[in-house]
Ligand binder design. Sequence first.
Ligand code: 2U9
Length: 341
Amino acid sequence: MLEELLQLQETAVEKILATKQLKVLEELRVQYLGRKSQLRQIMASLGELPADQRPKIGQAAGSTQNAIKTAISNQLKLIREVEESGSHIDVTLPGRVPISGTSHPLTKLSYELTDIFRGMGFELFDGPETEDEYHNFDALNTPQDHPARDLHDTFYLKDGGLLRTHTSTVQIRLMENQPPPIRMISLGRCYRKETVDATHHFAFHQMEGLFVDHNVSFADLKGTIEAMGRQLLGPRTQVRFRSHFFPFTEPSVEYDFSCSICSGENRECRVCKGTGWIEIAGAGMVDPAVFESVGYDPETYTGFAFGMGLERIAMIRYGIDDVRLFLENDLRFIRQFSKIQ
Ligand code: 2U9
């Protein structure tokens, strides 16, 4: 019986000191001191014990009862103090830094590029990622036998549609519904059948632009690309045009920006490999055949167009060497950009 009383006292006090809520404390008081409690039954059964054991068990039952009562009143005082002090948090403890989200680096870059072109009066337009062959190829002077059209380059859908391979489709849809002047940019995800590796992915992001009006010249194109380069990579950024070919522009160029990392002074430059130039993408004067496909008179209107891959620019800017990082949602990668405006 003494052992039982000691065990009872130990368990009761332990539970009482562990509780932080008044309600639970009251439940424990009833459980251990209440009429139906084990202790009360022992006390009630004292009369049945042999006379020589009664004083000792009686005295032990009394001190168990006091120990439990004392523990309850101490815990009551403590819980009240904590409640009155309103916060049982140690206010000297450093606060938990709320985990704030951040924009994906490609989103940050697309916001920045959009602001740059809005600053030059370009308006952002969107369009569907699933397209048809006409808007993705035919209207862009890309003939049936053009390699870009064949199966291993383009994701064709069962309904005969396809996943757009560039955002040029948005420009075509706009020109079908709006006469010149046109000053627009489009940006978004595009798809090409690429073997995924550190520099290629089947899903990638582009920004393209189109400017159509009377007497739009190649100089307007160069001026626009230069203005973008300076705002994107710094005021001393130079632009270099190299002749190229696209089915939807004539003449066509690829354009490079002067290396913002080494300004051509570092032979081992990780970005320009010491050439001093960073290849960005392409541009050109809109091919008259494209205007014909949307009903614009190529004798009245001229225009320039340009494109750029967002992953490429982000990799140059943030020193990222693997394009797969952009789409793998690894928070360790993404969180690095929380501090970047
Ligand atoms: C219309 C007329 C012309 C859009 C253009 C490029 C050059 C270009 C690249 C961006 C990244 C391809 O994936 S990429 O490497 N694009 O270099 N895009 S001219 O020309 C157009 C578009 C629409 C109606």
